[in-house]
Design a protein around this ligand. Structure first.
Ligand SMILES: [Zn+2]
Length: 222
């Protein structure tokens, strides 16, 4: 029997297989269940639908051409897998449709390139409350999102301002799925640590409300 349990703080997959129940509270090994001992090979689910649901699960990613990105002025390759994922908020307006989120992302790219003088939008990916993920610099280009940490992290930023409210479930689920996706694709180490921007640079980012949420996520380390 396979059962998915989802609590406020952790998301765990349980497999009851011939009397052996395996629970992995972190539940991020290959985006599926793992035996509790590190270094052992995770069991793969037998059902194709559960396999599809759990293994290498990736959110819907809106590509640069789909959101109307400008070409980057330069690219520096990121050495992957990186050991850290860093969470931000854009501190801009919220958006709940692909059209409005795309408009936000174009505005952020213009700001980062024109005002900050950067080669491209700073983040690796952005997350909308429409439940979509927007491709920024992507998986293998070094970002400009957290000073001294760009070469060893992926930067994911929630579109909106989350000091006094949390992102909706569509955005939170997309972000969690993006982290699993990064691990399953080999861009993020399986033994990664999750951090908020404020944990590595002097900033309020990603906002008090959102920070309280990600502190409860698997593999968070201040
Ligand atoms: Zn930030």
């Amino acid at each position: 029997m396979q059962r998915r349990t989802q609590g406020a703080e952790t998301q765990a997959w349980e497999i009851n297989d011939g009397g052996t129940r395996l629970t992995h509270p972190l539940a991020w090994c290959l985006g599926w269940t793992c035996p509790c001992r590190p270094g052992t090979v995770p069991r793969l689910p037998s059902s194709p639908s559960l396999l599809k649901a759990g293994l290498g699960r990736c959110p819907r990613i809106v590509s640069r051409s789909q959101w109307g990105a400008r070409a980057p002025k330069n690219r520096v390759r990121l050495r992957t897998p990186v050991p850290f994922v860093i969470i931000h908020h854009t501190e801009g307006n919220p958006c709940t449709s692909q059209a409005s989120c795309s408009r936000q992302v174009r505005g952020i790219q213009n700001y980062h390139m024109n005002s900050n003088g950067w080669s491209d939008i700073g983040y690796n990916f952005l997350i909308g409350e429409d439940g979509n993920v927007y491709e920024g610099r992507g998986w293998s280009t070094m970002g400009a999102h957290a000073k001294n940490w760009n070469h060893k992290s992926l930067g994911f930023s929630f579109l909106g301002s989350f000091s006094s409210r949390v992102p909706n479930n569509a955005a939170l689920n997309a972000a969690k799925s993006l982290i699993q996706c990064a691990v399953s694709k080999g861009f993020l180490s399986r033994s990664y640590f999750l951090k908020g921007h404020r944990n590595v640079n002097p900033t309020d980012c990603p906002g008090n409300a959102l920070y309280k949420v990600i502190r409860q996520w698997p593999r968070f380390k201040a």
